[in-house]
Design a protein around this ligand. Structure first.
Ligand code: 8YV
Length: 328
């Protein structure tokens, strides 16, 4: 029997062809609504799902009784009910590694843009306001030699820290569940508590994944611990931060500026004050969004679903337990 895959994310033609060689593939490239009847009909027969950026609920899984594996085109899996998938024996695969360096580039883009006020000053030029040499009112802050506080020191955190320490001579502090002795050695990084980090860092950069433990990890109390000169950067998930508290901290000058790629609600609601604040650089969740990296992520998802539906171990598996139980 030819297995069936539902794809709800754009793949390159050659990637789609790789799947079509072995599977029956239903493609919903511009899926607006998860209740779309054609999508639901395809889901009923599907053994595999390939997609991203949509919330997958237990109710949706009920509508997919044959599902064996999901290959997400993302590293983050906060929009999947992981325990429920494991309970049902459905493998969940993601795309770590291939997006690490690109996402670290994005974090540095935000660090640099917020510190040097690149967007605000580019707008100043665009408006035709540059009529004399710029003065103190347009000066920014240095990045090199400053203290970089990493909230989370996983793969992406380490890649950002490496840029900071080796490229910009920054002093790296990090809060993380486990120590990272190799990074301490390589970068002169030092692990500390979150509170100590917030008090010491010139740049606070969030990379922890969103989970029940990290939701609203950074709120009013934490912004209160930061320095008035500090710059806050988030490339993880918006909900790790209490966004109302962030807005208040920026408005009241409790922190200096922010560089944000992620928001509590995406796309950012039209009435959000964040993109209108001169001291905020707001990007539309571009962390991994380069041609090269999105192609590599899609390829990883194609490889993962291929392996999973052939009964082989996918390259990047989130719920090991589902695999272990399948093998038992
Ligand atoms: C994108 C991301 O949001 O991989 C992630 O977790 O946040 C990003 O790369 C997107 O999911 C890519 O499809």
């Amino acid at each position: 029997m030819t297995k069936r895959i539902v794809v709800y994310r754009r793949l390159h033609d050659d990637q789609l062809a790789q799947l079509q060689r072995d599977f029956h593939v239903d493609v919903f490239e511009h899926l607006e609504d998860l209740d779309d009847p054609a999508f639901r009909a395809a889901l009923r027969e599907a053994h595999g799902l390939v997609g991203a950026s949509r919330r997958i609920t237990p109710e949706l899984l009920d509508a997919a009784p044959r599902l064996e594996a999901i290959a997400s085109v993302s590293v983050g899996v906060d929009h999947y009910p992981v325990d429920e998938l494991t309970r049902r024996g459905i493998l969940l695969c993601n795309t770590p590694d291939v997006l690490t360096e690109t996402t670290a580039d994005t974090a540095f883009l935000l660090i640099m843009s917020a510190a040097r006020r690149a967007v605000e000053l580019a707008d100043f030029v665009t408006r035709g306001d540059w009529r004399a040499s710029i003065g103190e009112a347009q000066f920014g802050s240095d990045v090199h030699g400053k203290t970089l506080g990493m909230v989370g020191m996983g793969r992406i955190g380490a890649a950002i820290a490496r840029r900071g320490a080796l490229g910009f001579g920054m002093h790296v502090r990090y809060s993380n569940a486990s120590p990272k002795p190799a990074l301490d050695e390589e970068l002169g990084a030092r692990r500390c508590t979150l509170d100590a980090l917030l008090g010491e860092a010139d740049f606070v950069c969030v990379t922890v994944p969103l989970s029940a433990q990290t939701e609203r990890l950074i709120g009013a109390r934490e912004f209160g611990l930061m320095r008035p000169s500090s710059i806050f950067v988030n490339v993880s998930r918006g909900r790790v931060v209490d966004e109302a508290a962030l807005i208040e901290a920026l408005e009241q000058g409790r922190i200096h500026a922010a560089g944000l790629d992620v928001f509590a609600q995406e796309p950012l609601p039209a009435d959000s004050p964040l993109p209108h604040m001169a001291n905020v650089v707001a990007l539309p969740h571009i962390g991994s969004a380069t041609h090269e990296t999105r192609t590599a992520m899609a390829q990883r998802a194609v490889d993962n679903i291929h392996l999973a539906l052939r009964g082989e171990r996918p390259i990047s598996l989130v719920n090991e337990q589902a695999w272990a139980e399948r093998r038992a």
